[in-house]
Unconditional design. Sequence first.
Length: 366
Amino acid sequence: MKIGVLTSSRADYGIYLPLINKLTADSLFNLEIIAFGTHLSKSHGYTVAEIEQHLFQPIHKISSLVSNDDEQSIATSYGLTVLKFADFWQANKYDLVFCLGDRFEMSAAVQAGIPLGVKFAHIHGGETTLGAIDNTYRNQITHASILHFTATDLYSNKVSTLTGSSTNVHTVGSLSLDEIENFKFIEKSLFYDKFQIPNQEFALITFHPETIAPQLNKTFAVEMRKALAQIAAKLFLIVTMPNADTMGSVFRVEIEKLKNEFSDQVLCIENFGKENYFTAMHFARLIIGNTSSGIIEAATFGKYVVNVGNRQKGRLQSKNVLNAKFDKYEIFEAVNKALELGEFSGENVYYKQNVANTIIKIIKRE
């Protein structure tokens, strides 16, 4: 059975890994990685190198992103991705192609496959993010897919509503947390030495733009920087850089200003990779930002999350999430509350066991 895996970023590749490893180990499957998007962008860490280090073969590389991130440039990148994948799908045939999430370039790759009858299996459909235009992309991918693997029953119900059928809609849990109980974190001293982190507590931080209202991102980025400047007096800050969304560069500029002002208290990371990122989350005092990782994964690590703004609004939240507006005072107050609360000991609504195995069992019987 020939399987394709569409991966457009550091984030989705880390989520896919448990499934990729199990598909590779199963002789029934002939797996091919299709890498595109920011994987091939040197300004975003050229993360296809990480895939190559894992020795997965073959890896198809499709470059289609323009360097700018204004609205017109994102639309241009979308169009280029459709054009390049029209040729790719014509030349390469699969029994099933996995796609994940809600990014614009993922949507473009999938849309190009519709006229050619490509069979897609969508992971993480049915979710809602009111502060990002990703809702549109996610729902487009859902409509183009024949199999759906969602994280919760709520999301399965939404997919069923969108498609008009509950057939081939499966609640499996979050793939990124599959076998997390067996995950091997880097030893603390080695991790600190590797990234030259001082011997103090740190916050793990990721901010992305709110693409539903791009004109407000400059204001949001400034409030982020001002809040983090206050927090830097209490904690060391590890900041993973924004992805290739509309106006992402605005946040990059403010993060770089923060780094220049507090060079001894801020570490900026372009691409951690899953092992380093999960290790950072494991040792972090708390998570700050507006990334899906804070909503979906952090509860399993026992971490409180200060979720800022509306980017993740609409996603189901565990009880470890403290919400704040893009206001330096609200963010700082929420951080102080999270620090007072300490370690989170509740359940993660996204966690289920044997996610990758469940997906494989389902595709074998379909």
